[in-house]
Design a protein. Structure first.
Length: 323
């Protein structure tokens, strides 16, 4: 049989390959000897060991050696320093949050932040979109919320068990109360007049959401005249007008449930005080703990903390004032 002999540079291991036609592989005869650094003694000097291997094993050894060789040759010596993990995450975050942006736009934002990288680097680390760029539903709704308002009625009993009707009109943008009116008999004509007073000049929204109460029947002509499109909720579905219902619930829980109303004039005065508190002082979770009329954040060195009573002390607003 053909014989191939290989000897290591330290003369410690001598390997002989024998091609055996009767086996699916070859015989590797290894004779250890000497005192080289690669020698492993398992017995007396010159002991011979026989190992059976396949051709694929020898090829795998060769490929592994090539990988180690080219890994060593391609090691980094000079060139640009590696980009930090924080900058790579920032590039991917910008790409994910702004699907309409390309590498030039992201590169421009990075330069404004003092991050000195090339446009090619920004393009390299951008997240590759799997579909065509599209805005999120939150962004879509936020761009249209300024065109929507909501209206609804609720009743408040007086000290003499007389029912007073309250009409509230709320702009979806920043939960802003646009108009509050009180009457003991909400006719269609009165309701139409309140709509005109709520949106004078060119301040009317594009859409107005309300239920199917008969008091809103006169709004069809009035709303069309001032450019408002009515959106009617389904019967017995108050959740479809959630913003107005939430406002009414807040008025009840935080105001009228704690005050005995004597007459219509007294209710108007109480509601006016609550609306001022609601717009300028009360923080809202949906507005990132800000008020509809944004409140500035006071610095600790602005002075001591002072409590300003609202609604006769039912609520308070806290401010910092110099002594």
């Amino acid at each position: 049989m053909p014989r191939y002999t290989s000897r290591s540079s330290h003369s410690a291991i001598s390997c002989t390959f024998y091609n055996d036609p009767d086996r699916d592989g070859c015989l590797l005869r290894k004779r250890t000897g000497g005192s080289g650094p690669g020698c492993q003694r398992s017995g007396a000097a010159g002991e011979r060991q026989l190992v059976i291997v396949k051709p694929e094993t020898v090829l795998a050894w060769h490929r592994q050696g090539l990988r180690l060789l080219w890994t060593w040759k391609s090691r980094r010596r000079n060139g640009r320093p590696p980009l930090s993990t924080e900058v790579r995450r920032l590039i991917r975050k910008m790409a994910n949050e702004n699907p309409l942006w390309g590498a030039p736009r992201i590169h421009g934002e990075l330069l404004k932040l003092g991050v000195d990288v090339s446009q090619a680097t920004a393009a390299k680390y951008m997240a590759r979109p799997t579909a065509s760029p599209s805005q999120s539903w939150r962004t879509f709704l936020a761009n249209h919320v300024q065109q929507i308002a909501a209206a609804d009625f609720f009743v408040v009993p007086t000290a003499t068990c007389r029912l007073l009707f309250v009409l509230v009109i709320l702009a979806h943008e920043r939960r802003r109360v646009v108009h509050v009116a009180v009457t003991d008999h909400p006719t269609a004509g009165w309701t139409a007049q309140q709509l005109r007073e709520a949106f004078p000049w060119n301040e009317a929204p594009r859409y107005l959401v309300h239920d199917r109460d008969a008091a809103f029947s006169a709004w069809t002509t009035t709303a069309a005249a001032i450019g408002i499109e009515e959106v009617l909720t389904a019967p017995r579905s108050p959740w479809q007008n959630a913003y107005a219902e939430r406002l009414i619930g807040s008025i009840r829980r935080e105001c009228v449930d704690h005050i005995i109303i004597l007459n219509e004039r007294g209710l108007r005065r109480v509601l006016a005080a609550y609306v001022e508190y609601y717009l300028k002082s009360r923080t809202h979770l949906a507005l990132s703990k800000d008020a509809p009329v944004s409140r500035s954040v006071a610095a600790p060195d602005d002075g001591g903390i002072v409590a300003v009573p609202c609604l006769g002390g039912l609520h308070h607003r806290y401010e910092r004032r110099a002594a």
